[in-house]
Design a protein around this ligand. Structure first.
Ligand code: KIV
Length: 325
């Protein structure tokens, strides 16, 4: 089989395993041991796929690692690095689409990016963000759009922002695991008057903890806490039975998430204080492209070893025939 054929076959295997995982989770949570179709079995080698019930059960046992991804390469690399959860966050509006905020990203765009990430993720639990406008107007919209992210995008869970107990309960009833998100919820930044740390005052902090409890009651299996004082996140984490994932919420959360572009030095502009850059890929990429440009301009690219050789005498023969014509 040629290279393209092999790639197609590998992709087919991944698709099969992904569809199988989704089916397993839908039937597996709380229903005892399912007897899966052979195609639903996890890959024979390597650690087993992460499931929503397993994430829920990890509370107090191990710290969860989540990272965002926007396309197949970022999904594949995050998965290969061994993260527990990959989030197709609506922050891709800024990091992949060059928009000023998350508000304009559409359901179609989220489905498109989720599908690309799904092609690269084999083991991590794939969570997709519900974009602004996809769940705020009606509970039925929330369920329909959550199902689209699963059925069309290949997501295994969805995340939505704010104290949306009704929507979370309805989506969970439809069989889709739901991640809640409280604190600085970027889709509401106009209401907050900017990207401001939330729950600083006693009343707001108590309200956030109460909202977390209500969302847990509604059926969320995980809670993202963004940009709140560490002490508030610690209190919420202690009081909740579901794990918390912090981003700018201190070390006491059950896990942490960072945005791919922030973690790898691909984002532009000043980073929030919680961002730790583990690489400067932006600089590396720019320098690599500049080196390529230089080599093209000075004629050192491509070298002979980077060209396809012709059979002996071909050039001479071509010249001869062209002269005759
Ligand atoms: O969209 C996103 O990247 C997120 C994370 C910040 C949690 O929601």
């Amino acid at each position: 089989m040629d290279e393209a054929g092999n790639r197609q076959k590998a992709k087919g295997n991944r698709e099969e395993s992904r569809l199988g995982r989704t089916g397993l989770e839908a039937r597996g949570a709380g229903l005892g041991a399912p007897s899966p179709h052979p195609a639903a079995l996890p890959p024979a080698s390597g650690p087993p796929p992460v499931t929503a019930p397993e994430v829920l059960a990890s509370k107090g046992k191990r710290r969860l690692v989540m990272v965002t991804a926007t396309d197949e390469p970022s999904g594949r690399l995050a998965d290969a690095a061994g993260v527990d959860l990959v989030l197709v966050g609506d922050s891709l509006a800024m990091t992949a689409l060059g928009r000023p905020d998350t508000l304009s990203v559409t359901m179609d765009e989220m489905v498109h990016h989720t599908r690309a990430v799904a092609a690269g993720v084999r083991r991590a639990l794939l969570v997709a963000d519900m974009p602004f406008g996809s769940y705020q107007a009606a509970v039925a919209d929330a369920v329909r759009n959550a199902c689209r992210l699963v059925a069309e995008g290949g997501a295994q869970a969805v995340k939505l922002e704010g104290a949306r107990g009704e929507e979370i309960a309805a989506i969970a009833r439809a069989g889709v695991p739901v991640v809640a998100h409280l604190g600085l919820t970027p889709q509401s930044f106009h209401r907050f008057g900017g990207y401001r740390v939330q729950a600083r005052a006693v009343r707001e902090a108590l309200e956030l903890v109460a909202q977390g409890e209500a969302l847990q009651e509604a059926g969320a299996f995980l809670l993202v806490l963004e940009a709140i004082p560490a002490a508030v996140a610690e209190l919420a984490t202690r009081r909740l039975a579901i794990p918390t994932i912090g981003i700018g919420a201190g070390a006491a959360c059950d896990g942490q998430v960072l945005v791919w572009a922030d973690l790898l030095g691909l984002s532009v502009g000043p980073a929030p204080r919680f961002v730790r850059r583990y690489a400067e890929l932006g600089r590396i990429a720019r320098d690599a492209v500049a080196a390529f440009a230089e080599d093209v301009r000075n004629g050192s690219y491509p070298a002979e070893t980077e060209c396809y050789p012709a059979s002996p005498g071909l050039a001479l023969e071509l010249e001869k025939r062209l002269r005759r014509a």
